[in-house]
Design a binder for this molecule. Structure first.
Ligand code: SF4
Ligand code: SF4
Length: 440
């Protein structure tokens, strides 16, 4: 059956899925921690400026950080309590970043968000609610959603794609959201279609999530059409099916040019989790201050899908799940293919944290890497048709700045090349280094 499903034509790999650890675990709310560290740069763009100072009282959902100019997204308090300080915290990628530390008030009641009818609201009002709620692409780099939903007028967008592929091993966040909130996701799709002034939406889901495919089809069938055409497209199981360019090609056959963007071929892509957040922002006027995170791997006592307040430290999550297990070798934020290893558990969850993996020695490949043997497997695996082997050789020879000829800036760091390489060469690290040096 897999061979009959839609997919992208070039490259891709089939890493072990390992989703069985959490795919049947319903999302459970993590108890609110005693304090949260809310990072001020959780999105693509400039960090927010703090709107609060030490000893201020804040309520769950209050804005606590805002960008004054340029790209960015408002950041909100994820708990009710008092501000302990504005300082620096460990950041998943940037090492240290500005943050707001909030001490939770344990006596505070959870805030209620009442639904209201959004139909009839203007495009401007819908975008204003999405912006005010601080919505960013929660499945990727955290690009501000209100900006993504405002393509240039000459872009001629005709199709919305919802990304429910979730092709990274271990991660089951989107899978659970589609099972548990299918109707809200479809409603969110209709909100986006209204903002974009178009009718067609395709929801791409890999065929290893048959129950989610059925749930989303049922939700599409229940939704009153109102002229919208929202359909589910089952996709072949192949990594990186969920990357924007590959997903667009799989579903529409359109090829986004090398340095182009989806709207260049008339498409906007939104992750299903972001779409649920858009629903909440518009229907409930609820800001994005909590999210579902898959916590998995054989190095954590109880793998789970948790609803987590943004700013919760990984160490609090690990304690709630019974702690780490002997043999733990690596902690990764995100999936094993595109995530980042971290060296401390005192890192807070951000809007873009989709998974926290506690991996044991038998789940990682720690063998030392060797010389390139010119087998070409990385070329076959690369979905972008790049030359990762040459980039690696050039970097090792001290010529990182000369690698743009091999397509280094078109690389989106999916990790297929490194996964396929029999010499275990750290091709993605070479590529990151090459990008850094070539930019300089
Ligand atoms: S990491 Fe870059 S070079 Fe390697 S397979 Fe992915 S896109 Fe190609
Ligand atoms: S897969 Fe590894 S060994 Fe083979 S050509 Fe690519 S970099 Fe060289």
């Amino acid at each position: 059956m897999n061979d009959l499903l839609l997919t992208f034509p070039k490259g891709g790999v089939h890493p072990p899925e390992r989703k069985d650890l959490t795919e049947h675990s319903a999302v459970e709310p993590l108890p609110i921690p005693e304090e949260v560290e809310i990072l001020l740069n959780q999105h693509f763009g400039a960090p927010c400026n703090p709107l609060v100072k030490k000893k201020d009282q804040v309520a769950e959902g209050d804005a606590v950080g805002e960008v004054d100019k340029g790209l960015g997204a408002t950041i909100h308090a994820s708990v009710t309590g008092s501000v302990k300080g504005v300082g620096l915290s460990a950041h998943p990628i940037a090492v240290k970043a500005p943050s707001i530390l909030i001490q939770t008030d344990p006596s505070a009641e959870p805030r209620e968000w009442q639904p209201s009818d959004w139909k009839g609201l203007s495009r401007e009002e819908l975008l204003r609610r999405i912006k005010n709620a601080g919505i960013v692409g929660i499945g990727g780099a955290g690009f501000p959603t209100h900006v993504k939903l405002s393509p240039p007028p000459d872009a001629k967008v005709d199709t919305l794609i919802l990304n429910g592929a979730e092709c990274e091993p271990y991660l089951t966040t989107d899978h659970r959201l589609m099972l548990e909130h299918a109707e809200k996701i479809v409603e969110g799709a209709k909100i986006i279609l209204t903002v974009l002034g178009i009718k067609d939406c395709r929801i791409g889901i890999e065929a290893n999530k048959l129950d989610a495919i059925e749930a989303m089809k049922t939700a599409c069938g229940k939704a009153s059409p109102n002229g919208f055409n929202v359909t589910v497209v089952p996709l072949k199981v192949k990594y990186p099916q969920g990357s924007e360019k590959q997903l667009i090609q799989s579903i529409t056959g359109r090829r986004v040019p090398g340095f182009g963007l989806p709207f260049d071929v008339g498409v906007i892509v939104q992750n299903v989790g972001t779409t649920k957040a858009i629903h909440d922002a518009v229907v409930l006027q609820k800001p994005l201050y909590e999210k579902v995170v898959t916590v998995s791997g054989r190095g954590i006592a109880r793998p789970a899908n948790l609803m987590v307040r943004i700013g919760t430290r990984i160490s609090d999550i690990a304690s709630y799940l019974g702690g780490t297990l002997p043999g733990l070798a690596k902690v990764v934020l995100g999936g094993p293919m595109m995530g980042f290893a971290v060296s401390t558990l005192d890192i807070p969850v951000t809007k873009t944290t989709s998974g926290i993996l506690f991996l044991t020695e038998d789940e990682i490949d720690a063998r030392p890497y060797g010389q390139c043997i010119r087998c070409g497997w990385c070329l076959d695996a690369c979905p972008m048709g790049l030359l990762p082997n040459e980039i690696g050789v050039y970097v090792e020879a001290g010529h990182a700045g000369d690698t743009s000829q091999f397509g280094v800036f078109e690389c989106f760091e999916c990790g297929c090349c490194a996964y396929a390489c029999p010499a275990k060469r750290p091709l993605v690290q070479f590529i990151r280094l090459a990008k850094m040096k070539a930019k300089k």
